[in-house]
Design a protein around this ligand. Structure first.
Ligand SMILES: C[S@@+](CC[C@H](N)C(=O)[O-])C[C@H]1O[C@@H](n2cnc3c(N)ncnc32)[C@H](O)[C@@H]1O
Length: 217
């Protein structure tokens, strides 16, 4: 296993995180043991962050012991790997509007104590201001709504200055225009708050999706 980013490993082109709950799977992923350490395989077809790593993401925004805000956590597939990376002393505030997804995420949070589920519309940022007492170290957003860029801009108030976030942008949810045209329009909006560090087309793992690495000014 080669550590390609802090807490993220690779062997034979496959991506892994170190399982903080050895013996336990989250979504049917493969467990692999090397030198008495157990790793969980991370599937780029099920996780856009992993797809971004496969397509050359230049920075891992999730650091050990850090605090992150994850918007659109769903049932916790990607969140479970973030949980491995940031470790027991980190915290992931997970926001999702779906009560069904939240039920599953809550079960996961009972086992993984660094996951903090929040049932809320991410447009209504005041709903969770009481939980986020200090600014977060990173934000990841994966919400396929027409106003996905505006949602991130609203939530950027929770991100520390000079820290990073990633927007998973689904262009088809915004417009039927060519994906490059939609991307450029959204990048212009993001420039009001962020420096654009990298834009990655994550095909073939997800169609019409970009990952955008951003640094808060
Ligand atoms: C593509 S899924 C996220 C998958 C997840 N990031 C993963 O990799 O495992 C998008 C999620 O966004 C949530 N969502 C949609 N609109 C939302 C909103 N306004 N606020 C919060 N969550 C929202 C949906 O309920 C859904 O669970």
């Amino acid at each position: 296993m080669e550590e390609i980013f802090e807490g993220i490993y690779s062997i034979n082109g496959k991506i892994f995180t170190k399982n903080i709950m050895p013996g336990k799977k989250v979504y049917g992923e493969k467990l692999v043991c090397e030198k008495n350490i157990e790793y969980r395989e991370w599937n780029p077809f099920k996780s856009k962050y992993c797809a971004g790593i496969k397509k050359g993401l230049k920075k891992n925004i999730f650091k050990k012991n850090s605090t992150t805000l994850y918007l659109g956590s769903a049932e916790g597939t990607t969140v479970s790997h973030v949980s491995d990376i940031i470790g027991e002393k980190g915290i992931i505030f997970c926001v999702d509007i779906s009560s069904i997804a939240m039920q599953k995420l809550t079960l996961l949070a009972e086992k993984r104590e660094n996951i903090f589920p929040i049932l809320s519309d991410a447009n209504n940022t005041e709903n969770y201001s009481e939980y986020i007492e200090t600014m977060v170290d990173s934000i990841f957003q994966d919400i396929s709504q027409r106003n996905q860029t505006e949602i991130l801009l609203k939530n950027s108030k929770y991100l520390k200055k000079n820290h990073y976030c990633i927007l998973s942008l689904k262009t088809k949810s915004i417009s039927q225009d060519k994906k490059e045209i939609t991307l450029n329009k959204e990048l212009k909006k993001l420039e009001s708050v962020f420096e654009i560090e990298q834009t990655i087309n994550i095909e073939p793992f997800e169609k019409e999706h970009y990952l955008i690495l951003l640094k808060k000014r």
